[in-house]
Design a protein around this ligand. Structure first.
Ligand code: FAD
Ligand code: NAP
Length: 533
């Protein structure tokens, strides 16, 4: 590795999908760029989350880069939803194909960044003792990369093995014959549970909130479908770009409200979508995320399916969620509810048996000790802000970002924040990010940022910073849009409710196309809402 401390045009933090594409764009535009990555390889999410069953929930033909037609034509996915090893192979292929590694420093965490107001440049410090100077810092640190390991009493006393799904050992884990406990029933747990259950001697699932899950119906990818998409890949991508969540243009979207159908027609609409599998379930009607009565029809259909799948009526009832469907990111599964019919699987429901503590032997919940050989923490992430605040940012007048965001993140367009000039966030809070196919949002942001840097260079400008008025208006807009939906109605990580003490603010912006248009308009108007100097 050679790091030139005489200065960079840009430091990019993170080498997942976002950091890699950012590097590609900046290099193409001729900017001297250095990427720092805490892990030993590229891939971000797909480098860290190696738990059994990890796979994407946006279809493979869409969960991939669109920026290079040769790349999208030559890569062959094998399944409808690619598994983690395949996505990691793809990201490595991209890094090699575009010779990206030479500008990436691995095993290096950025710990602090200080803005020098006189020079209008950032001093970036790493945990390996490097200090580099850069005009711009671009955070490609991921919305779901800061693992949440709850502070259960006695957590560190456990004598057996412990794992977090987001920090899975590269060599894999042998659960054969073991007594395994898994804490959490979010997307990660719902993917891992059926596979761990098939291998373990006994699996105890500690559930705090039951979750809706739709069958993924994963299968080998249909070669005819691949041919059809590849024959017009860029037009397909363009259609997806105009979708609310940046994907799913092939999914039949119903533009009518749930009340437009009688109960029998609704039932058959839901049944067709359940059989097809995937996120298309929530496109059955146009008001499922806006109207509680409409939502309840879709939610009740899933509960009925759970009751139909799970043999024991008491366990089935405990697995039935009572919140709004889609309010948390919906899960896609392969045999999740069926797993509770296995004799070696036990459900511990926090509603009457909350986790009290962890002992050297296992987990105590509802007054009973569950003796375990391993505990899997499928407890999610300090989402959207965790990794950004993991860097000690010092902006104007020494202000810290942690102080600035003490009541929740504040940004303009999710891209910049007042008081921190020349700092960009890829898929930052206030942008559609986690409510979209994230690769679409990542590409849109990386392109906007590299265009912006080219503009500044062409105009002989050194610095860009959001204006307080633009930021205030944007924060209000994000809240207003969320308030028109049912999203803020449950204990989701979108709201920060999974992390004790985290300010509760709905962080992502609902709706990709108007957002992308707003970003394009701001740029076309000379970066409206930003002060350029
Ligand atoms: P990441 O992939 O999270 O990469 C960020 C990188 O930054 C990490 O490698 C991290 O080590 C590094 N980093 C962080 N802080 C520092 C620091 N201070 N110094 C140095 N390096 C640092 N999204 C979808 O749209 N569809 C899906 O199907 C989907 N499936 C998912 C499945 C799982 C299991 C998870 C956890 C997330 C999933 N997501 C999905 C979201 C996923 O995170 C994004 O799709 C995408 O991979 C994010 O890419 P990224 O580069 O922005 O961030
Ligand atoms: P998550 O959705 O936040 O789920 C974490 C689980 O742990 C929840 O069931 C949560 O319960 C539980 N939990 C957290 N703290 C707890 C505590 N102190 N005590 C008891 N239970 C606790 O995290 P995730 O499953 O890792 O998924 C995060 C996101 O990553 C997803 O929403 C999705 O965006 C992405 N992802 C996608 C896929 C995919 O299918 N492609 C797979 C995995 C992840 P509560 O619900 O009560 O908080």
């Amino acid at each position: 590795m050679s790091v030139d401390d005489t200065g960079y045009d840009a430091v990019v933090v993170g080498a997942g999908f976002a950091g890699l594409y950012m590097l590609y764009r900046l290099r193409q535009a001729g900017f001297r760029t250095r990427v720092f990555e805490a892990g030993s390889g590229v891939g971000g999410t797909w480098y860290w989350n190696r738990y059994p069953g990890a796979r994407c929930d946006v279809e493979s033909m869409e969960y991939s880069y669109s920026f290079c037609d040769e790349l999208q034509q030559e890569w062959e996915w094998t399944e409808r939803y690619a598994g983690q090893p395949e996505i990691l192979r793809y990201v490595n292929h991209v890094a090699d194909r575009f010779d990206l590694r030479r500008d990436i420093t691995f095993d290096t965490r950025v710990v602090r960044a200080t803005f020098d107001e006189d020079a209008s440049r950032w001093q970036v410090e790493t945990d390996t003792g490097l200090v580099v100077d850069a005009a711009f810092v671009i955070m490609a640190t991921g919305c779901l990369s800061s693992a949440n390991l709850p502070e259960f009493d006695g957590r560190d006393d456990f004598q057996g093995e412990t794992y977090h799904t987001g920090r899975w050992p590269h060599e894999g884990v042998d659960f054969a014959g073991k007594r395994v406990g898994i804490i959490g029933t979010g997307s990660s747990a719902i993917q891992a549970i059926p596979i761990i259950a098939a291998e373990a001697g006994h699996l105890t699932v500690f559930q705090r909130t039951p979750n809706y899950s739709i069958p993924a119906r994963n299968a080998p990818i249909d070669p005819d479908y691949v041919r059809e998409i590849k024959a017009e890949y860029s037009a397909f991508r363009a259609r997806n770009y105009r979708m609310q969540a940046g994907f799913g243009s092939k999914i039949p979207h119903n533009d009518a409200p749930a009340s437009s159908d009688d109960p029998a027609s609704r039932e058959s609409n839901y049944a067709v979508r359940w059989e097809r599998g995937g996120f298309g379930y929530l496109s059955a009607y146009n008001d499922l995320l806006r109207d509680r009565d409409a939502n309840e029809t879709a939610a009740e259909f899933v509960r009925q399916r759970i009751r139909g799948i799970v043999d024991d009526p008491d366990i089935a009832e405990r697995l039935c969620p009572d919140n709004v469907i889609g309010c948390k990111r919906p899960c896609l599964d392969t045999g999740y509810f069926e797993t509770y019919n296995r004799a070696n699987v036990e459900l511990v429901d926090a509603r009457d048996a909350p986790i009290e503590r962890i002992t050297p032997n296992g987990v105590v919940a509802g007054g009973r000790e569950y003796v375990l050989d391993c505990i899997v923490f499928a407890t999610g992430f300090d989402a959207m802000t965790g990794a950004v605040l993991g860097v000690d940012f010092r902006g104007r007048d020494g202000m810290t970002l942690a102080d600035k965001w003490h009541a929740g993140p504040r940004t303009y367009l999710g891209l910049g924040t007042v008081g921190f000039p020349n700092l960009f966030l890829i898929t930052g809070p206030g942008s559609p990010s986690v409510l979209t196919n994230m690769i679409v949002s990542i590409e849109q942001h990386a392109e906007w940022i590299s265009d912006c840097l080219e503009y500044l260079r062409a105009e002989g400008l050194d610095s860009i910073e959001a204006t307080p008025e633009a930021e205030d208006a944007w924060v209000e807009h994000v809240n207003l849009v969320a308030g028109l939906t049912l999203y803020p109605t449950c204990n989701s990580w979108y709201l920060g409710k999974n992390i004790p003490g985290k300010p509760q603010v709905f962080m992502p912006l609902v709706g990709f196309p108007p957002y992308a248009e707003k970003c394009a308009t701001a740029a076309a108007n000379g970066y409206e809402g930003f002060d350029l100097a």
